[in-house]
Design a protein around this ligand. Structure first.
Ligand code: ADP
Length: 153
């Protein structure tokens, strides 16, 4: 079985992530969306909220699972017998950043990183921009899957 891990913070999942995951399942038998937990990082959404947003988005897709992990992505892959990491590329800055990570990961373990170029219509979307729109009471719903809804109570 060809399995891929799609790692990230997903704070929150955006339509850009959604597009990569949807297209990922056409290439792999299973896509594991893996939320990396970094104790030093401040998140807008709790781990539980971030997981639920993703699970809800793909509740009808049995090939997609959502998990969290600590530590190196390659260690998580090896423990789960995964040979591929899936990543999205938006622009040259992503490419440079991803290239360094992918080379490092290849030094650490025999795991291939597979890149998918973003869909043109979601290429400008980033979780950081979504968070900024949310903080300033803008209409974030155009940028995220329907499952991402904020309770303003
Ligand atoms: P992190 O910042 O922790 O790496 P992100 O959640 O920002 O995690 O991103 C995870 C992956 O999703 C990365 O490969 C990133 O390039 C990709 N990604 C983020 N936004 C988009 C987008 N709009 N279109 C396609 N891929 C994206």
């Amino acid at each position: 079985m060809r399995k891929a891990v799609f790692p990230g913070s997903f704070d929150p999942i955006t339509l850009g992530h959604y597009d990569i995951i949807r297209r990922g399942v056409t290439l792999f038998d299973k896509v594991i969306v893996a939320i990396g937990v970094n104790a030093d990082k401040k998140y807008m959404f709790s781990l539980e909220e971030r997981m639920n947003f993703i699970k809800e988005s793909f509740k009808d897709e049995p090939k997609i699972t959502v998990v969290s992990y600590k530590g190196l992505t390659v260690d998580f892959c090896q423990k789960n017998d995964v040979k591929f990491i899936l990543r999205g590329l938006r622009n040259p800055a992503d490419f440079e950043f991803e290239k360094a990570i992918a080379h490092t990961n290849r030094d650490l373990a025999p795991i291939e990183t597979v890149f998918l170029l973003t869909a043109a219509k979601t290429s400008y979307i980033a979780s950081s921009i979504v968070r900024d729109v949310i903080r300033n009471n803008g209409d974030y719903t155009k940028l995220v899957p329907k499952s991402v809804r904020i309770d303003k109570t």
